[in-house]
Every structure is written in structure tokens, then in C-alpha cells.
Design a protein around this ligand. Structure first.
Ligand code: HEC
Ligand code: HEC
Length: 239
């Protein structure tokens, strides 16, 4: 019995030591926040950080390290993200690393339609960048901020245009060959009942090729600002 418990303790110590050194490596800057700022461009069509950060398609990411998944007030989450948080998922450097590598492998039915970041260095740099906007960090002033709609060029007038929902309905038939009017997220993301601004930003992100997806880039590329506003207004009104 004594032998058994001695062995257990020794293993625990090794595990703790490994954990400790891994933590040290990260804390001492395994990732470079300045390089991470460039990687964050991949996230900007949906997420913001910094003083003026707002929830957009995705929640704002200030203080993400230490935050429970799916719990930011005012952000729009999938049921499965909220459930993951209730089941104890907290964003640490480790859980972020896993999520960013492959979002759906950590939260199977997440609404975040992002394939994942395969390069471990990119992830480490990105996490170092996000850490700079998290509590207890003083380095936030040293990294570039992303303002509203960052990454895409969008005239405020375009963002504020109120679209004609009837015209949007007429245009929507081609969208509904893939997206479901029920708003279901089965494979292809649901696009109903979105705040119109988020919808407009998402479409322009494809149009300006800030957001990658060949089909959506082609679809959005064919649409004028008025047509995008009309679609935003129509889909916003669907249940
Ligand atoms: C296409 C839009 C989109 C892109 C691109 C995107 N995200 Fe997200 N992200 C979302 C959405 C939507 C959610 C909410 C997911 C849910 O509720 O299932 C989310 C959730 C998250 C969360 C969990 C937040 C919380 O409060 O629990 C983190 C962390 C995150 N994203 C980080 C990133 C990072 C870092 C990138 C860039 C590599 C990125 N995302 C790219 C849309 C996106
Ligand atoms: C051929 C199938 C197809 C058609 C047609 C199509 N889409 Fe998409 N759409 C997709 C896929 C797949 C995605 C997810 C792409 C990604 O991961 O970025 C998407 C993503 C989107 C998003 C972002 C969703 C999110 O969760 O971030 C919006 C908004 C959108 N589409 C609107 C439209 C509109 C409006 C039309 C019609 C003008 C349209 N789509 C036509 C397949 C399609």
C-alpha cells in the first residue's frame, strides 16, 4: 500500500513539474503578440478586441483568458457553447489552443464557422496577442487595436442603410438553396434573425475576401450594397 501511494505521489510530482515548465514556457513568451496581431486578421471579420470592442458575429474577446465559455452578456451563442460553459469549459491558453486548432472538435455544434488554425506557432502567437487584452496584463497598449468592423473597409453609410425586405425576399431564393429558412445550423450556418449590421459585415467580409470561402465570396461578390442591405433586412425578419 505504501509503495503504491509513494509511486502515485511521484507521478503526481512529475506531472506537476511538466505542467509547471509548460506553463513557464508559455508565460515567458512562447508566443509573440506582435506576430499574433497579424494572425488575428483571420478572426476580425467576426471578433473584436480593444477599448471599443463590441460583440459582432462572434463575442468580443477582451478578457477571454479566464472567461467561462458562452457566458458573455449580450453575445449570441449556440446552445452547445452555452452548454460547454455550464459543463465547466473555461478559456485558458490550453483550451483556446485546442479550440482554435479545430473548433468543432472541442465544441461539436459551435456556431463559429471557422475551420481551424493548423500551425501551432500561429496559435501560440495569437493566444499571446489575446492575452494582452486579458485582465492583469499591462501590455495591451503595445499591440495594435482593432476597431469596429476592422479588417474590412465599410462606409458607415453602407452599414446604416435600411434594406428593402421585399426585395430581399426576391433575392433570397438563391441563398435558400443552401441556407435553411428555418434557421437550422445543419452543416451550413443559419442566417436568420441576425442583427442586420452583423449580416452586412459578414457579407462584405466575403465580398472583400477578408473572410475565406470561395462560394460565399462569389455569392457576395455579385451583390450590390443595396442588395446586401435588402437581404439583411429580409433574413433579420425570419423568425
Ligand atoms: C466566421 C466568423 C468567425 C470567425 C472567422 C472566428 N470566430 Fe470565433 N466565434 C464566432 C462565433 C459565432 C462564436 C460563438 C460560437 C458559439 O456560440 O458556438 C465564436 C466563439 C469564439 C470563442 C468563444 C468565446 C466565448 O465567449 O465563449 C473564442 C475564444 C473565439 N471564437 C476565438 C476566435 C479566434 C481567436 C478566431 C480567429 C482565429 C475566431 N474566433 C474566428 C465566429 C467566428
Ligand atoms: C452553395 C451554397 C450557398 C449559397 C447558395 C449561399 N451560401 Fe451563404 N454560406 C454557405 C456556407 C457553406 C457558409 C459557411 C462559410 C464559412 O465557413 O465561412 C455560408 C456562410 C454565410 C454567412 C455567414 C454565416 C456565419 O455563421 O458566419 C452568411 C451571412 C451567408 N452565408 C449569407 C448568404 C446569402 C445572403 C446568400 C444568398 C445571396 C448565401 N449565403 C448563399 C453556403 C451558401
Amino acid at each position: 500500500m505504501e509503495d503504491g501511494s509513494l509511486q502515485f505521489n511521484r507521478e503526481t510530482i512529475f506531472a506537476l513539474a511538466a505542467f509547471f515548465f509548460a506553463g513557464m514556457a508559455q508565460a515567458s513568451g512562447a508566443g509573440d503578440p506582435a506576430l499574433g496581431a497579424a494572425v488575428f486578421k483571420k478572426c476580425q471579420s467576426c471578433h473584436q478586441v480593444g477599448d471599443r470592442a463590441k460583440n459582432r458575429v462572434g463575442p468580443q474577446l477582451n478578457d477571454i483568458i479566464g472567461r467561462t465559455a458562452g457566458e458573455l452578456a449580450g453575445a449570441k451563442y449556440s446552445k452547445s457553447m452555452i452548454q460547454a460553459g455550464q459543463d465547466g469549459l473555461v478559456w485558458t491558453e490550453e483550451t483556446l489552443d485546442r479550440f482554435l486548432e479545430s473548433p468543432k472538435s472541442l465544441v461539436a455544434k459551435t456556431r463559429m464557422s471557422y475551420r481551424g488554425l493548423k500551425d501551432p506557432d500561429d496559435r501560440a502567437n495569437l493566444i499571446a496577442y489575446l492575452r494582452a487584452f486579458s485582465k492583469g496584463s499591462t501590455s495591451a497598449q503595445n499591440v495594435p487595436e482593432t476597431g469596429q468592423g476592422a479588417g474590412i473597409q465599410l462606409d458607415p453609410v453602407v452599414l446604416a442603410t435600411v434594406g428593402d425586405a421585399e426585395y430581399g425576399e426576391y433575392l433570397s431564393s438563391e441563398c435558400l438553396t443552401c441556407h435553411q429558412s428555418s434557421g437550422s445550423n445543419d452543416g451550413i450556418p443559419g442566417i436568420t434573425a441576425w442583427p442586420t449590421e452583423d449580416f452586412v459585415i459578414a457579407m462584405h467580409a466575403y465580398k472583400q475576401k477578408v473572410r475565406e470561402h470561395p462560394v460565399m465570396q462569389m455569392m457576395a461578390g455579385r451583390l450590390s450594397d443595396e442588395e446586401i442591405a435588402a437581404l439583411a433586412s429580409y433574413f433579420n425578419g425570419l423568425e
